[in-house]
Design a protein around this ligand. Structure first.
Ligand SMILES: [Zn+2]
Ligand SMILES: [Zn+2]
Length: 337
C-alpha cells in the first residue's frame, strides 16, 4: 500500500510503497478514505512526543473496514475511531473509559497511522464507531480527535460562559459545540485568522473574566495559566492541549485553585463508548464538523500540510483533511476533490 513515511525526527515525509498491515486478533483493518492533519502529528514529527521510526503519522481517520476479526464490525462497514484505542479487556475499557486505558494503542503514535491506504485498529469492538450515511468521511475524519475531545471537554454543562484558549481544530470545535449548547463563548488566540474563524462560529473576542469553564485547547504554560486565571469562583479549567517538553512541568496558581475552589481536570479524547450522542447530533445536522474543515488536500500532500505547522500563526484557523485519492471511492456527497 502507499503510505507517507518519515525515517528521522524532523526529516522528509515521503510517499512510499510499504507492506499491507495484517489484521490482529480482535482487530480490524480500515481502508482510509479521509484523515485529518493534526498538531499532535506535528509534535511527534518534531520529536516532542516519541514515536517508533520509521513512522507513518495520522490518527484522525474515517474509512471502510476491509478485514475484520470483530463481532460487531464487518467488511464494508463505514467507521471511524477515537485517537486512543483501548485494549478492550481492562477495567477502564470495560467501564467505558478506554481513553485512559493503561494498555492503549494510538495509530499514528504507538503504531503506523492513517497517512496511508490502510490502518489497523486493535480491539475493534471497543474502538470502532459505525458511521451513519448522513456523515461523510471528511466530516467523520474531523470528528475523531479534535471534535470528540472538545465534546467531552465540555461535559458537566450547560455553561453560561466558556473561554477557549487556542483556536485551532480543537478550540474551534469547542466554540461550535458550546455555542450550540447556548453558551457565551470567548475566544483567545494570537492569530487574527483563528480569531476570525472563532467569531464566524459565534464566539466573541474580549478579555475572559469570571467564566464558568475555561479550556486550554493549545497546551502551553502561558495558556494554562491564563485559562485558570480567567475562571469565576468555583469554575473549571480543562487541560486539553498536550503539555509536552518543558510545559509538562508548568506551574499553576494553586493559591487561586484553593481560595476560589477551582476544579482542574485533564481531558484525553473520548472513548468510542461515548460517541453515540455526538454522532446523533452530527447526523441530525445540529453540529457540523465540516464547517471546521479549512482545506481538503490529497493524501500525497498530507506530509506538506503537516510540516507547514512549523508556522502555527500562518496556518491557523481550521482543520486540514486529506482524502485518499487512491481508494477510488467517493468521500462524501459534497466533495469536489
Ligand atoms: Zn488529532
Ligand atoms: Zn484497556
Amino acid at each position: 500500500m502507499r503510505a507517507l513515511v518519515y525515517d528521522a525526527i524532523g526529516g522528509p515525509i515521503s510517499l512510499k510503497e510499504i507492506k499491507n498491515p495484517d489484521c490482529p486478533d480482535g482487530g480490524a483493518v480500515v481502508e482510509v478514505r479521509a484523515t485529518g492533519v493534526c498538531r499532535s502529528d506535528w509534535h511527534a514529527w518534531r520529536g516532542h512526543d516519541p514515536v517508533p521510526l520509521p513512522h507513518v503519522p495520522g490518527h484522525e481517520f474515517a474509512g471502510v473496514v476491509v478485514e475484520s476479526d470483530s463481532a460487531r464490525f464487518a467488511v464494508g462497514d463505514r467507521v471511524t475511531a477515537p485517537f486512543v484505542n483501548g485494549c478492550g479487556a481492562c477495567d477502564y475499557c470495560r467501564s467505558g473509559n478506554a481513553q485512559v486505558c493503561p494498555d492503549q494503542t494510538q495509530p499514528g503514535f504507538t503504531q503506523h497511522g492513517s497517512f496511508a491506504e490502510r490502518v489497523v485498529v486493535r480491539a475493534a469492538d471497543t474502538n470502532l464507531v459505525h458511521l451513519p450515511d448522513e456523515i461523510d468521511f471528511v466530516g467523520a475524519a474531523a470528528l475523531g480527535c479534535r471534535f470528540a475531545t472538545a465534546f467531552r471537554a465540555l461535559r458537566g454543562g450547560p455553561w453560561e460562559t466558556v473561554a477557549v484558549f487556542g483556536c485551532g481544530g480543537v478550540g474551534l470545535s469547542v466554540v461550535m459545540i458550546a455555542v450550540a449548547m447556548g453558551a457565551r463563548v470567548i475566544a483567545v488566540d494570537p492569530s487574527p485568522a483563528a480569531r476570525a474563524a472563532a467569531v464566524d462560529l459565534g464566539a466573541v473576542v474580549q478579555d475572559p473574566v469570571d467564566v464558568d469553564i475555561a479550556i486550554d485547547a493549545y497546551g502551553s504554560a502561558e495558556t494554562a495559566l491564563a485559562s485558570v486565571r480567567s475562571l469565576r469562583r468555583g469554575g473549571r479549567h480543562v487541560q486539553v492541549g498536550l503539555m509536552l517538553g518543558q510545559d509538562a512541568h508548568a506551574p499553576l496558581p494553586w493559591d487561586l485553585v484553593v481560595a476560589r475552589e477551582l476544579t482542574v481536570v485533564g481531558s484525553h479524547g473520548m472513548a468510542a463508548a461515548d460517541y453515540p450522542p455526538m454522532i446523533d447530533l452530527v447526523a441530525s445536522g445540529r453540529l457540523d464538523p465540516r464547517r471546521l474543515v479549512r482545506e481538503i488536500v490529497p493524501l500525497a500532500a498530507a506530509g506538506a500540510a503537516l510540516t507547514a505547522m512549523d508556522d502555527p500563526i500562518a496556518r491557523a484557523g481550521g482543520i486540514v483533511v486529506a482524502i485518499n485519492e487512491y481508494s477510488g471511492g467517493r468521500v462524501g456527497p459534497d466533495d469536489a476533490v
